[in-house]
Write a protein that binds this ligand. Structure first.
Ligand SMILES: Nc1ncnc2c1ncn2[C@@H]1O[C@H](COP(=O)(O)OP(=O)(O)OP(=O)(O)O)[C@@H](O)[C@H]1O
Ligand SMILES: [Mg+2]
Length: 243
């Protein structure tokens, strides 16, 4: 579903160009749950943003579902993001002046979907992230974990093929982070969603099927976790949620 060949990116500050990504190749199958790890500054966010068409590489090819996204115009990339990718960020990025329901509905309104359909969809999405009854709350009236669940519902609203998450548990404590990881993991299993998640946290990465480490601009390791090593077993032992 996702194929990356020879991706390069460098940033030039003043006279000096620093390479960030140095000819990266990666192939992702539909339905994989991948964690991307690596030291701070190793280019994880840059890489993720490129996969979602938020940033462009200097060289190389990125194909998502047969679409060569590095060749799209700005407008085409905006539509590609809207229709194919759900983003989840560390700081949730909810719109503070919109209610929970309005935040989730936002991408669907932007895509001019039918109002009745939107209403039903918002209801189903909020149910799937266990936030029924919070429709009229504002983001500031929710806990961090609840806000992230709203962001997940919003990310799912356009029925994306690909979920890109940058440190989705970075602002959450272990227990709330675990809720979010369990939710992502169950969405991944139930809907065969392809998820690529950047994380610093080995515990969060344990939920993924495959862990890719970036270092010095290249993929340092690419490890598939055997069934059972990742999760709920191990994760719930580690988490000890409020017994
Ligand atoms: N717009 C920019 N201009 C110049 N340099 C940039 C820009 N964006 C990122 N960089 C540099 O690219 C490198 C990679 O940044 P990136 O944000 O991808 O790292 P990261 O692995 O996500 O780090 P962290 O774990 O701290 O979030 C860093 O050295 C950063 O300073
Ligand atoms: Mg980052």
């Amino acid at each position: 579903m996702l194929s990356i060949k020879g991706i390069e990116k460098s940033y030039t500050i003043g006279e000096t160009a620093s390479p960030i990504l140095n000819k990266i190749d990666l192939h992702v199958e539909k339905g994989e749950f991948i964690a991307i790890m690596g030291p701070s500054g190793s280019g994880k966010s840059t890489f993720l943003n490129m996969l979602g068409g938020l940033d462009t590489p200097d060289g190389g090819d990125i194909t998502v579902d047969g679409k060569a996204i590095h060749r799209l115009t700005e407008t085409q990339r905006t539509l590609f993001r809207r229709d194919h990718v759900g983003f989840i960020f560390q700081n949730y990025q909810l719109l503070p002046n919109l209610t929970v329901a309005e935040n989730v509905a936002f991408p669907m309104h932007a895509a001019r979907k039918d109002k009745k359909e939107i209403k039903e969809q918002v209801h189903d999405l909020l149910k799937s992230v266990s936030l029924e009854g919070k429709e009229k709350n504002y983001p500031s009236q929710l806990s961090g974990g609840q806000q992230q669940r709203v962001a997940i519902a919003r990310a799912l609203s356009m029925n994306p093929n690909l979920i890109l998450a940058d440190e989705p548990t970075g602002n959450l404590d272990r227990r709330t982070g675990t809720e979010v990881l369990r939710l992502l993991s169950s969405l991944h299993r139930q809907n065969q969603l392809t998820i690529i998640m950047v994380t610093h946290d080995v515990y969060a990465a344990s939920y993924a099927d495959r862990i890719i480490s970036l270092k010095d601009g290249v993929i340092e390791s690419d490890i598939r976790q055997t069934e059972g090593a990742h999760h709920d077993g191990m994760a719930s032992l580690l988490a000890k949620p409020n017994s």
